[in-house]
Ligand binder design. Sequence first.
Ligand code: ADP
Ligand code: MG
Ligand code: MG
Length: 280
Amino acid sequence: EILLEVKDLSAVIAESKQQILKGVNLSVYEGEVHVVMGKNGSGKSTFAKVGGAEVLVGHPDYEVTGGSIVFKGENVLDMDPEERSLAGLFMSFQSPIEIPGVSNIDFLQMAYNARRRKLGQPELSPIEWMAVGCVSGGQQLVVVVGAGVWCLFYGYISPKLELVNMKVDFLNRNVNEGFSGGERKRNEIFQLAVLGADLAILDEIDSGLDVDALRDVAKAVNGILTAKNSVLMITHYHRLLEYVKPTYVHIMEGGRIVETGKDSVAKRIEREGYNAIPAA
Ligand code: ADP
Ligand code: MG
Ligand code: MG
């Protein structure tokens, strides 16, 4: 089944009216891994932002001037970032925000509850939040959080922490505060794993990562993939594709997708550079 359909998407920078996206077409079906590559300034991040979250409410940097984005039958361009996220669209940011005073675990609990409300399921109270782990999880874990002692939903969260190779104390740190580049990326994927999403758009998921972090992040992406959900990853490098097998590789150039193919497209780019692609 189709998850995302982007048709002839055009967008300009709101202030200058400079056109950045010049008719992007892309379809993502359930269970697919899409990789968008392209040289610096080709429009990849703009596409991710427009598709993922940022274009309408709160981020008036870009204006859509034509085309459409439909996610699970709904017009994404009518939805604000929170609605998009609740609908099952996950967006990563090249520079994720810090949220002072809010711990990772609190943030996840809020986001998880918001998603449950959207799905018509009751929220989990802190007590139930604990119980999820105790009932479903096997192992329990007691962590001191401020004054209280919480049995975290360990059975649920523990494999996800393992997936990104993070320690438990990570949960008590404030969201993104003082995180290294690698930790931010790991945290992003961790959030994605906990919250779940039908489609995750991951911009420059591999930027600033050392080899180990890249492998962990790539493994984690593999770990969250099912027959039902999909990812769209944006990258400059072929390196990531040593770990994650794409269904399709797209080359973006001059605000358009100028070529779509299999892994061999990325291999050719690696060999010959972006000069080998046809001009937009
Ligand atoms: P990529 O992610 O492929 O490197 P971007 O989408 O970030 O490319 O940028 C595409 C082009 O649009 C670049 O020339 C960039 O300078 C320009 N651009 C993107 N966002 C803005 C903005 N908010 N203001 C001005 N120029 C922008
Ligand atoms: Mg860039
Ligand atoms: Mg970019």
